[in-house]
Design a protein around this ligand. Structure first.
Ligand code: MSP
Length: 656
């Protein structure tokens, strides 16, 4: 019963609604979801919160640009974020939006408590203000231009409410000392301690120049400003002022990226101390996923999206790769190459191959029922001992968020079990009773090894381990297994195997990468991910629904021009791509096009084509592509046929 279980509350950051999730955001959410599943298997009653951070001047601007109200804009964005997490199976238990009424009440309540306790005062904030964008420009000095519109900023003073952060230097340092595990990893802890030791300035927590925010009751036009609003969402999600009745506050872990650790470990505990509320137990800061050595960002055009990966390789492959290939807490470089390599070596050839081999031999030799082991030989005992003694170590590594180390250990067990099968060669044994008995022992041992690693790997690979569980004919759901009760020897002989399962079909690397990159460049529509067991690499793209009608103003956003191909060459390692240079009248652009199987490079020189010229630049197989050539997609295989002109047209002419 949930009532008897210890409670565990974990949060992702709440995400800004000015774009859709990329791999960086997905990483935060995957980590939280992994911890959530792991803690459930350790007997906790877990709540995981995620959500969206929807106020502020950026939203005001984006809504205006989209020609809709702020409410409409954020409702659509929040629905898109939610749908994506649903689609990826990492939706969490609570989804909090900062525009929820219950959140506004919590922020206003927290403010009242801080004020009643003497930590809020009215003061003046002076900063550089852009009168065209109606926003203060953070960190700008007099004379600086607005980074958004490039026009001069003005020095403006406005009335704000301030939070007495300066009063919390000593209480915070004492708190860090008494709770050495509060900030993780340790390097971040040292960073924060020296920052706080350097002195804390009071913090402006309201604005009168922003409209789109939670009003300060009785003090309009003041609205709450950024972090006082956003951080409080963690409390709003689990009861707000009624947090005691809900029973999940204080949070056990706030999982955040390293860029926002200061807000979580300095501002947030200070706000809570001022309100005399319980403090979260831990803040864990992970590193960034980098692309071409830079943090992914929409404006740099170097983001990697989760959907194409999930379509081509499956969600478990993405989860495994991000947790296995980076040391948690440090930055990691995203690479499609490394992703597919991991997929093929660890998932297809590792877990997938071991599971299907073991099941196939049991099917063939024991009519699909788990055999009964006979007396053990030293090599059986050695494997038994290795696996049994690794269980506790895997749990310890998970407890410390050492995901890559936990996976490394689990996969060393799979390798040991594979080696055991290879050296014991159950397939080479004869038909005598002794041989049959020996075969039974070997295959029971292999199946038991498979059962144990499946339970251990479940928090990271929820879908595929559930399928191995079915394959092994095990009762219940693998996610409900008790990790504390996991022991070697619990596999019951005589259990019939379940339906055979497709786990991780091998995929050719170049093809997988080309497919993922091609999908990255398509508009991302919510769609159902491939059903478990469908073959990655052949999963159909999202079913096409009736196209939505757009207004002329939407069409006008796409700039298309006549271009002339100047050079064309193949790209080593990318069978489908050609690297072109195209004269578009004002400049020569480099554009990659997926037409290599259908067009000879030499024959393209001098050809006039239709080019989309205002697409954000992207890298395809490491080669920059700055634009897109329009082609018809013909036949079931989508053969590209370049759009062209029957009359002479001037290079650079706009298509309308
Ligand atoms: N809205 C604030 C958080 C408020 S929490 C009370 C915010 N939002 S964000 O959308 O910009 O970022 C959310 C999280 O995504 C942050 O933890 C950030 O570190 C993480 N990531 C964004 N890009 C990232 C990578 N490239 N790699 C890993 N995580 C990164 O900040």
């Amino acid at each position: 019963m949930a009532a008897d279980k210890p409670k565990f509350y974990i949060t992702t950051p709440i995400y800004y609604t000015n774009g859709l999730p990329h791999i960086g955001h997905t990483y935060s959410t995957i980590v939280c979801d992994t911890i959530r599943r792991y803690k459930r298997m350790r007997g906790y009653d877990v709540v995981m919160t995620t959500g969206t951070d929807e106020h502020g001047v950026n939203v005001e601007r984006a809504a205006k640009q989209a020609g809709v109200s702020e409410t409409e804009f954020v409702a659509k964005m929040a629905a898109d974020w939610r749908a994506l997490w649903d689609e990826l199976g990492i939706q969490g238990d609570e989804f909090i939006r900062t525009t929820d009424l219950k959140h506004a009440h919590t922020v206003q309540w927290l403010f009242r408590l801080c004020r009643e306790n003497g930590y809020v005062y009215k003061g003046h904030y002076t900063g550089q203000y852009c009168i065209y964008d109606n926003a203060f420009v953070n960190d700008a000095k007099p004379g600086d231009n607005c980074p958004d519109c490039g026009r001069p900023t003005e020095t403006i003073t406005e009335e704000n409410y301030f939070f007495k952060l300066s009063a919390f230097q000593k209480p915070l340092l004492d708190f860090y000392q008494k709770n050495p595990g509060f900030i993780q990893p340790d390097t971040r802890r040292n960073e924060i301690i020296s920052f706080v030791e350097g002195g804390l300035k009071d913090l402006s927590i309201t604005r009168t120049t922003i409209r789109w925010g939670i009003p300060v009751p009785g003090e309009e036009p003041h609205v709450f400003y950024v972090w006082f609003d956003a951080l409080t969402a963690y409390l709003s999600a689990v009861g707000g002022p009624q947090y005691e009745e809900h029973g999940y506050w204080p949070a056990d872990v706030h999982l955040v990226g390293k860029d926002i650790i200061r807000f979580h470990t300095v501002y947030w505990p200070a706000f809570l101390m001022a309100a005399m509320l319980p403090l979260p137990k831990q803040v864990w800061a992970h590193g960034w996923f980098l692309m071409d050595a830079a943090k992914m960002s929409k404006s740099k055009g170097n983001v990697v999206l989760p959907r194409p990966i999930v379509y081509v390789l499956g969600m478990d492959a993405l989860r495994y790769y991000v947790l296995r290939d980076t040391v948690f807490g440090q930055d990691g470089n995203f690479s499609y190459d490394a992703l597919v390599t991991r997929y093929n070596s660890d998932l297809a050839n590792g877990l997938g191959n071991f599971a299907s081999r073991t099941a196939a031999m049991i099917e063939k030799n024991f009519s699909g029922k788990i055999p009964k082991p006979g007396s053990l030989q030293p090599q059986d005992e050695a494997l038994t001992k290795e696996i049994q003694s690794a269980i506790g170590e895997v749990l310890e590594r998970f407890d410390k968020c050492g995901f890559s180390l936990a996976l490394e250990l689990i996969w060393s067990l799979i390798a040991a079990a594979d080696k055991y099968l290879a050296s014991e060669q159950p397939w080479a044994l004869g038909t005598s009773d002794t041989d049959a008995q020996r075969r039974a022992t070997i295959l029971w041992t292999a199946a038991e090894a498979l059962r144990v690693v499946t339970v251990l790997a479940h928090p990271v690979l929820p879908d595929s381990t559930a399928r191995v569980w079915t394959l092994l004919g095990q009762p219940g759901h693998v996610g409900s297994q008790d990790l504390d009760g996991l022991r070697w020897g619990q596999l019951k002989p005589g259990t019939p195997l379940g339906k055979s399962q497709t786990l991780f079909p091998r995929i050719e690397k170049a093809e997988a990468i080309e497919r993922m990159e091609a999908m990255e460049n398509e508009p991302q529509k919510p769609a159902t991910a491939p059903a478990p067991g469908t073959t990655p690499g052949v999963a159909a793209a999202a079913p096409q629904s009736a196209p939505e009608k757009i207004g002329i103003e939407d069409f006008a956003k796409v700039e298309m021009r006549v271009g002339e191909i100047k050079t064309a060459e193949r790209i080593v390692g990318a069978d489908k791509l050609l690297k072109l240079t195209v004269d578009i009248g004002t400049e020569i652009r480099q554009i990659c096009a997926g037409i290599a199987p259908y067009y000879e490079p030499d024959k393209l020189i001098g050809r006039k084509v239709a080019v989309v010229t205002n697409l954000a630049p992207r890298k395809l197989r490491g080669v920059e592509s700055n634009g897109m050539i329009i082609a018809a997609s013909v036949g079931p295989e989508g053969r590209p046929v370049l759009a062209g002109f029957h009359e002479d047209v001037e290079i650079g002419a706009r298509l309308k």
